[in-house]
Design a protein around this ligand. Structure first.
Ligand code: G6P
Length: 367
């Protein structure tokens, strides 16, 4: 058992640390010297050029990856994207039309609701491209096109490398589409590719925050409520971070779009409430600093996760975690990493079974 876990106490930590390798396997074979080469797709260039709308459908963390996917796809392709939870999509009589694409995301490829959503899309005559980790799984088999994340087997119930490789695959798809559609200029395209190449190395560097996040987890493991705030892509990261905490440490936590604080959640902030503020996007940085001031004024303890250079945060937050600076669209690959570590160590501190949290299953094959 210990050997299987590669010397780590839990599969989850092994899988967190495998992320640089998993990203290399997912991304590198698909990068050419100056472009992106995806495996043979049934989608033609003509179809890609004509997409009017994309529907991304998934469950759990894969749905969070989808939310990131929407930002990225809309930002670089200017195609409207809808993101749905599979169990909602299948029962809401979704409106799909001829020039739509459905992107299904699933680590296991066996989630019942996601598979049903795929069948609904196909029934309505829409092409389905899936992003899946388990080779030959039901979702992979039934999709028109499948792009595999090469994360390797994921054993821990709470996904880590599954999620970050899904993000990297979404970047690849968005950039591939951008090339076909001519929606991004060559210089920016090349910059994005350069950043994609650096993803594994930067991930490895950020995972060195291990000790720091363990120390913070020790300090805050007693908390029963945690609020995680962010805007834009940082809000998507907040949702994933919050899910991780809930899943494995059983702490009640809420992700909030920072601008919405004033419409509700701020009433829950009192002396000693832990707020984690994610502020990795340059154009929204000042907004987050203001939100941190608001919760500090009500007595919150604040851990901020931001990018190098964002010095103003030190003046307002209790703790600041710095990440390397990258183009905004890639921040999602990094801001989630310290939170994976934080959730892991908090669960360990609280004596939880990290790999097999109560009531949860790795793959939910029933409704
Ligand atoms: C379960 C797992 C989650 C996962 C979700 C979707 O709830 O506990 O970690 O995100 O299913 O799974 P999938 O295999 O479709 O990505």
């Amino acid at each position: 058992d210990a050997a299987e876990k590669g010397g780590y106490d839990y599969f989850m930590m092994k899988e967190i640390m495998e992320q640089p390798q998993a990203l290399k396997k997912t991304v590198f074979p698909r990068l050419t010297e100056r472009g992106i080469s995806l495996e043979a797709l049934s989608l033609t260039e003509e179809e890609i050029k004509n997409f009017n709308r994309i529907h991304i459908v998934a469950c759990g963390s894969a749905w969070h990856a989808g939310i990131v996917g929407r930002y990225v796809m809309e930002e670089i392709n200017r195609i409207p994207v809808e993101v749905d939870i599979a169990s909602e999509f299948r029962y809401r009589n979704p409106i799909l039309s001829k020039n739509d694409l459905c992107i299904i995301i699933s680590q296991s490829g066996e989630t019942a609701d996601t598979l049903a959503a795929l069948r609904e899309a196909k029934k309505q005559g829409v092409k389905v491209l899936s992003i899946v980790n388990v080779v030959g799984s039901s979702i992979a088999r039934e999709s028109d096109d499948v792009l595999y994340t090469w994360a390797g087997p994921e054993i821990a119930v709470a996904t880590t490398k599954g999620y970050t490789t899904q993000l990297s695959m979404l970047y690849l798809v968005a950039l591939y589409f951008a090339k076909v559609r001519g929606s991004v200029d060559e210089m920016r395209f090349q910059e994005y590719l350069r950043e994609l190449r650096l993803l594994p190395q930067k991930t490895e560097d950020i995972l060195k925050l291990d000790g720091k996040m363990a120390e913070l987890a020790k300090r805050y493991a007693h908390c029963e409520d945690v609020f995680i705030i962010g805007r834009g892509l940082d809000y998507a990261a907040a949702m994933e971070a919050s899910l991780k905490l809930k899943e494995i440490s059983y702490i009640h936590s809420e992700a909030y779009a920072a601008g919405e604080l004033k419409h509700g959640t701020i009433s829950l902030i009192e002396e000693g409430t832990l707020v984690i503020a994610i502020a990795t996007q340059e154009r929204l940085f000042e907004k987050l600093v203001s939100n941190v001031k608001e919760v500090k004024a009500r007595g919150a303890n604040v851990i901020a996760i931001t990018t190098k250079g964002g010095k103003d945060m030190e003046a307002v937050a209790d703790e600041v975690i710095y990440l390397p600076k990258v183009a905004d669209i890639f921040t999602s690959s990094f801001n989630v990493l310290p939170m994976q570590l934080f959730a892991y160590y908090t669960a360990v501190e609280r004596g939880c079974d990290v790999d097999k949290p109560r009531n949860l299953a790795k793959s939910v094959t029933v409704e």
